[in-house]
Design a binder for this molecule. Sequence first.
Ligand code: SF4
Length: 420
Amino acid sequence: MEIDKEGPKGVTEKGREVASARCVEYKEAIQEYLDAKKNIPCGLDLTERNEQQKKKILAVLDGSEEEWNDWKWQVRNMIRDVETLARIFPLSAEEQKQIEEVGKDVRWGVSPYYASLIDPDDPNCPIRMQSIPSIQEALDPSVVTEPETILYNSPAPCITRLYPDRLIINVTNACSMFCRHCLRRRDIGHQNIRYAKDSINEALAYIRENTEIRDVLLTGGDALMVADDYLDWILSELDAIEHVEIKRLGTRTPVVLPMRITDEFCEMLEKHGAIYLNTQFNHSKEITEPAAAAVKKLTKAGVLVGNQTVLLKGINADKHIMKKLMQDALRIRVKPYYIFHCKKLEGIRHFRAHIEDGLEIMEYLRGYTSGLAIPTYIITAPGGRGKTPVNPNYILNTNVDGQVLFRTWGGHVMKYDNER
Ligand code: SF4
């Protein structure tokens, strides 16, 4: 191959001038974000602080470094009582009382690992807000539940079916953390349950009979809260069904329990063809070295990892914070997939942003950052009617002299030839 020192031809001096002027515009367009970004912490930069908290938590729980890296130890030692919590970071007597009060109604629990990410000096730390009960949950007057999703969309045990070609098998109600914003907070109950083989066999039989099903999502709860051999069995059964083309796993473990992603688990997944794993990073502080290592193992095993963020007031309902999250996720090989609008359900009103906030975020992503960093913003339709994308409108008029009038991400209004 020959070497050309000048690069591609065809750009005139005038062309370079125009390009330089455009670059000035681009630099201006991004400056606000670059300033804001300095104040948005990423877990990759907090390793030392998190390590200190880890040591403190290990001392409180009387655990070793080896135990810390064992996901089963993490689950056994999930922090569920106020006394332990108060030994990890400061809690006033009033806060302790409130946590106990809320906990009587809806379960709470946080893995020692996730607790180590909490900034002890920040009562509004996004990690704390997602994991520790707040009195706002009890003060929420909206008594809204949504039984239709379960009532009308389960044609067989353990199955939820909302779409033509795919469905969910719920394998457990257990989670590696009880997220305070969880839509299933009422379904979690007070005990962990793994659904029995008989029920899963009925679900598998349903899939065998319905040949249009090509995509099966294992979730819960959190699909990775069951043992490797149980998942291995379900995945093997699905492998044997010819019309099932892909399998998906729904889990928050890469975020809240990254040690769950063991070498043995990844070796098991590697046997099972195309597997897509979707997780839920909601803030850049969750993008840590352990989370990055977990995702790297998964990708080495051929598993593609996506992110389903929930739009949460006080956590990420901000155009800069969300953009940083999307970019930080890509840094550790996680592809932004969805931003879910937070539903109106009992106890989570304080997390709900407006749809306008979500639209502003989408407006501020498109063009301002690479398409890879842009997920689909979703409203989940009431009554279990499925995910509906919502987007800023770029089309201004579809018939201006046979042309479409639209605006660009940067605000330029243009015509586009729409001749048939
Ligand atoms: S991991 Fe998912 S299902 Fe479990 S509590 Fe969190 S949001 Fe809910």
